[in-house]
Design a binder for this molecule. Structure first.
Ligand code: ATP
Ligand code: BTN
Length: 241
């Protein structure tokens, strides 16, 4: 469907590789190993050889930047849908970018804006999914994590990639046409934070509350003693308490 594929054995980070390619639309970079895989705010994404999926998609959009808060959420929903098609259920999404199973991290999403041009913004959508990573490769991961192979022993990385990209293409089209709003009820179904006690950390500040879903722009809604407060992804972290 008009996608181009750049398959690499080794790269620093598939997000950074795409950034170096200038403006791209529907260009997919896939790597077997990342020497500098990244999470949010410069944190390391553990990326051993031939174990997992690491890919990034270059995508142009005409949507205004305020509406892009929902993008990492719909990427998560597309992944949940793809996993269901492969027989894997019970996956949840932790706002804004974590893919989890029973509280353990299965993967993550890193959406970055890399520039603007006449008539649109350049977005880079990066995804890492753990498939059959050896536990000694993952010693530096300081939170609970899990491999997809534990959920579906016959999973193939190739089939997984194809299914995820097909679902993502659908969801991106729908998102381009109508923004995040039409995904709200779907998000609610997989929202790990809904009705849970959570804390939002912003630098030294901590705000406690209860997860109350997200709004039509993809902002997290925190129910506090003083009413519902929208929280934007940029500089915050979310923890269960
Ligand atoms: P935040 O809520 O601030 O996003 P986070 O802990 O999810 O917090 P991210 O930057 O989203 O932080 O993700 C990076 C973190 O994910 C790393 O600090 C590490 O704990 C964990 N991590 C790194 N590689 C992997 C991996 N392959 N699988 C699971 N978790 C990983
Ligand atoms: C997170 O949970 O913080 C997001 C992790 C995103 C990891 C993927 S792996 C492919 C792409 N390249 C990177 O360097 N990061 C993303």
């Amino acid at each position: 469907h008009g996608f181009s594929l750049d398959l690499r054995l080794i790269t620093d980070s598939t997000n950074d590789k795409l950034k170096g390619d200038g403006f791209t639309h529907n260009k997919l970079v896939v790597a077997e190993y990342q020497s500098a895989g990244r999470g949010r705010r410069g944190r390391k994404w553990v990326s051993p050889l031939a174990s997992n999926l690491y890919w990034s998609l270059g995508w142009k959009t005409q949507l205004p930047v305020q509406q892009l808060g929902g993008l990492s959420l719909i990427v998560g929903l597309a992944i949940v849908k793809a996993l269901q098609q492969l027989g894997i259920t019970g996956v949840e999404l932790k706002w804004p970018n974590d893919i989890r199973y029973q509280g353990r991290k299965l993967g993550g999403i890193l959406v970055e804006l890399s520039g603007d041009m006449v008539g649109g913004l350049q977005v880079i959508i990066g995804v890492g999914l753990n498939v059959h990573m050896a536990s000694n490769a993952a010693e530096s991961i300081e939170q609970e994590w899990i491999n997809l192979q534990e959920l579906e022993p016959t999973i193939s990385r190739q089939q997984l990639l194809i299914t995820v990209i097909q679902c993502l293409q659908d969801y991106l089209e729908r998102f381009s046409d109508g923004g995040f709003e039409s995904f709200l009820s779907e998000w609610q179904r997989y929202d790990e934070c809904l009705n849970k006690k959570v804390a939002i950390l912003q630098g030294e500040d901590v705000i406690n509350g209860i997860g109350a879903g997200v709004d039509a722009n993809g902002a997290f809604l925190l129910q506090t003693g003083k009413g519902i407060k929208p929280v934007y992804a940029g500089e915050v972290s979310l923890r269960f308490r």
